[in-house]
Design a protein around this ligand. Structure first.
Ligand code: PEP
Ligand code: MN
Length: 344
């Protein structure tokens, strides 16, 4: 069961709900989102029904949620959420808008990052991506620049005005990455790293949760629930392809995830065609498919010289392919009822 507080509820009213639930032998946890505060109840639902929580001051509604995931479920929150990213509230991810996120897979050098950031902005991106901490399959592969990479990303944000999404892989790094980033990314390989999910649940920055390599929709939403459960409701899902029997592509983009996540959850959904395909020539067609399916955003890798890239060069866009992506991201979203956000 979930108690949704009214937007104008004061802290004492939230505490009163928690006290009443606990006095009935239940436990209550509070999630304070930017737009609303939610109290999740665990215990005897029949006993809770008798508490008349609906009549308490500050309570908006009381919802019985049948799904295993509660806070992130559409049942609990019938309207799609809008997640706002950036210091100046620059980017709204959610229904009605379309956002392009672009940038290098990894921050390699200042020059390479700035070049990719300018390419991203010129292609119409309103957010910059780039990894400073890279969760590589091989321990011998480039692992990212770490703190130095975060500093370069902050400079790139300054130069372009684009808010930054970057990955965090270690719970101990979460406060530091949250200081630099506008949105924290949880990568595929960490979708079920529960201490990491809890750590990003405790900060006041939006989180992009990528789908695990072989994760079902329910496993993915349960991972999101870990973040929400700790109080951070500003979560964006990212479909980035799943492991199937097909080996011709790096992964198989599950386009169904877009309408399915929008049906099961109120959270926005981003599609990453670059990590889905692993091949540059497939990125634009898959981006088009994602937009047609109703994705809230598309996130792509760009690199000025992919042959020299330290990470994922074969899937990075540049030149004519990037121009084609820009055209798709400008022309297609209005056909499915979305306004394309432009960088200010
Ligand atoms: C990335 O986006 O940089 C990345 C590592 O992707 P994934 O976690 O989807 O493999
Ligand atoms: Mn990559």
């Amino acid at each position: 069961m979930v108690v949704v507080m009214r937007p104008d509820a004061v802290p004492g009213e939230v505490d009163a709900v928690v006290d009443r639930v606990e006095s009935a032998g239940g436990s209550a946890f509070v999630s304070r989102g930017v737009q609303r505060t939610i109290v999740g109840l665990v215990g005897d639902v029949v006993a809770f029904e008798g508490l008349n929580l609906r009549a308490m001051p500050g309570v908006g509604e009381v919802v019985r949620v049948s799904k295993a995931y509660k806070l992130v479920s559409r049942e609990n929150h019938p309207d799609a959420s809008i997640i706002t990213v950036g210091e100046r509230a620059d980017v709204d991810l959610g229904p009605g808008t379309f956002v392009l996120i672009a940038g290098p897979c990894a921050v390699e050098t200042r020059e390479q990052t700035f070049e990719a950031a300018h390419m991203a902005r010129a292609a119409g991106a309103t957010m910059l991506r780039g990894g400073a901490y890279k969760p590589r399959t091989s321990p011998y592969a480039f692992q990212g620049l770490g703190l130095a990479g975060l500093e370069i990303l902050a400079e790139a944000r300054q130069l372009t005005g684009l808010p930054v999404v970057t990955e965090v892989v270690d719970p101990a790094d979460v406060p530091r990455v949250a200081d630099f980033a506008d949105m924290l990314q949880i990568g595929t390989r960490n979708m079920q790293n529960f201490p990491l999910l809890q750590a990003v649940g405790a900060v006041r920055k939006p989180v992009m949760l990528k789908r695990g390599l072989s994760a079902t929709y329910e496993e993915w939403l349960m991972a999101a629930e870990y973040i929400a459960r700790r109080g951070n409701l500003d979560i964006v899902l990212c479909e980035r392809g799943i492991r199937t029997f097909e080996t011709a592509t790096r992964n198989t983009l599950d386009v169904s995830a877009v309408p399915m996540m929008q049906a099961l959850s109120h959270l926005p959904i981003v599609v990453d065609p670059s990590h889905s395909a692993g091949k540059r020539e497939l990125v634009v067609p898959l981006a088009r498919a994602a937009i047609a399916a109703g994705a809230d955003a598309v996130m792509v890798d760009v690199h000025a010289d992919p042959t020299a890239a330290l990470c994922d060069g074969p899937q990075a866009l540049y030149g004519a392919a990037l121009d084609e992506l820009a055209a798709a991201c400008r022309d297609l979203p209005p056909m499915v009822g979305r306004r394309v956000l432009a960088a200010s």
